[in-house]
Design a protein around this ligand. Structure first.
Ligand code: CU
Length: 101
């Protein structure tokens, strides 16, 4: 029993501000899901599930990711509440939004 308690203590996150990581899939020329809601401190990872070509994640007037070829990914941590719309640099019709609450 004592051993079990130690195991649980190790497994449970001690920090209440435990941060999450959320994935946005890039597939068939779309960001899926197009809108993600996260908490301040969380990270979003974009990953390309395409078979060819590349995409970027471009927050206008801010950062643009490196080109993501098939199976590549890029991530950004969001520390400040707000709405962060973005597009794909080479395909402006590909749009998405991160809402940080
Ligand atoms: Cu694209």
């Amino acid at each position: 029993m004592f051993r079990l308690m130690i195991a649980l203590a190790v497994l449970l996150p001690l920090n209440p501000a435990y941060a999450d990581t959320v994935e946005v899939r890039i597939e068939k020329m779309r960001f899926v899901p197009e809108v993600v809601r996260i908490k301040a401190g969380d990270t979003v990872v974009w990953k390309s599930y395409e078979k060819r070509g590349y995409h970027t994640v471009w927050f206008k007037n801010e950062a643009e990711s490196e080109p993501m070829f098939p199976d590549e990914s890029w991530q950004r941590k969001f520390d400040t509440k707000g709405e962060y719309p973005y597009v794909c640099g080479p395909h402006p019709e590909m749009v998405g939004r991160v809402i940080v609450e």
